[in-house]
Design a protein around this ligand. Structure first.
Ligand SMILES: Cc1cc2nc3c(=O)[nH]c(=O)nc-3n(C[C@H](O)[C@H](O)[C@H](O)COP(=O)(O)O)c2cc1C
Length: 252
């Protein structure tokens, strides 16, 4: 089994590359052959018009992969332009989806405010959806859950190999939509994402027990407000915790 890791950060020494490296280490430990491509090394034409606009290596690796792991930092609440161009570039590579139900998963890193980690994953899973992949759950990362996410990446790298070993094509649109709607984060909206970021913050904030207790209480109010359909109250409560904890992260 061959697992391809696609790096969408222009920065080869940043935080995203460490996450992808851990995912590929997991896949390798489980027995996969792995390779990483750094998209910054390729002159990608988002809509290649002729064979001269294509990169033979990138086409071949993308088509041969039994699973593709997409990793991107969040730039303005979405994947980077590099990752977007790669996804669009693959549009003409039929072999990428010749085998239905191939596996993969996405990793997003919102290294600033933390906002956008979910939207970026939803963009990546648009690729998997339309190319007939059956990806496993994505990994949403911010500065606030980074260390835990490294372990999750390793574990999911192992899991993707199991999924890649037995590709399961979808039998129709209903099957596909049912599967995708069960994947983590794909049904999140902006308010859900705010609550996710706040939850990540609370797990790593360096504050005393009393402050943390107050934050947890306010967070529970936010969650209850979401359930009760009071979105504005949820936003106010979650944002208050966010503002309180933003600069209180435990150094990693
Ligand atoms: C153009 C640009 C836009 C960014 N937009 C966001 C954003 O919407 N949300 C966020 O949390 N971080 C944002 N960031 C911060 C990056 O996600 C963060 O620097 C990340 O660590 C970069 O990945 P790297 O460490 O792999 O280079 C942005 C950074 C840049 C350069």
């Amino acid at each position: 089994m061959f697992v391809l890791g696609v790096m969408g950060s222009p920065n080869k020494k940043g935080l995203t590359t460490r996450l992808l490296a851990r995912a590929l280490e997991g896949a390798k430990a489980a027995g996969a052959e792995v390779q990483q491509v750094d998209l910054i090394d390729y002159a990608i034409q988002p809509w290649p018009r002729s064979v001269h606009d294509r990169d033979e290596t990138l086409d071949r690796l993308s088509a041969e992969a039994d699973a593709i792991v997409l990793a991107s930092p969040v730039f303005y609440k979405d994947v980077t332009g590099l990752m977007r161009d790669y996804i669009d570039y693959l549009h003409n590579v039929a072999d990428v989806s010749r085998v239905g139900g191939k596996s993969g998963f996405g990793i997003s890193l919102a290294g600033g405010s933390g906002m956008g980690q979910v939207v970026a994953l939803q963009s990546m899973y648009g690729f998997y959806f339309f190319r007939g992949y059956r990806p496993i759950d994505p990994i949403a990362v911010s500065r606030f859950n980074y260390d835990d996410a490294l372990d999750t990446c390793y574990q999911r790298g192992r899991e993707v190999l199991t999924a890649a070993a037995s590709p399961q094509p979808f039998v129709g649109l209903a099957d596909k939509v049912t599967y995708y709607s069960g994947l983590q984060y794909l049904d999140y909206d902006l308010v859900d994402e705010l609550l996710l970021v706040v939850e990540q913050m609370m797990s790593s904030a360096e504050v005393d027990a009393e402050v943390l207790g107050e934050c947890r209480e306010q967070f529970c109010e936010a969650r209850e407000a979401v359930l009760a359909g009071r979105r504005q109250d949820a936003i106010a409560a979650a944002a208050a915790v966010y503002d309180r904890l933003f600069h209180r992260r435990r150094p990693s």
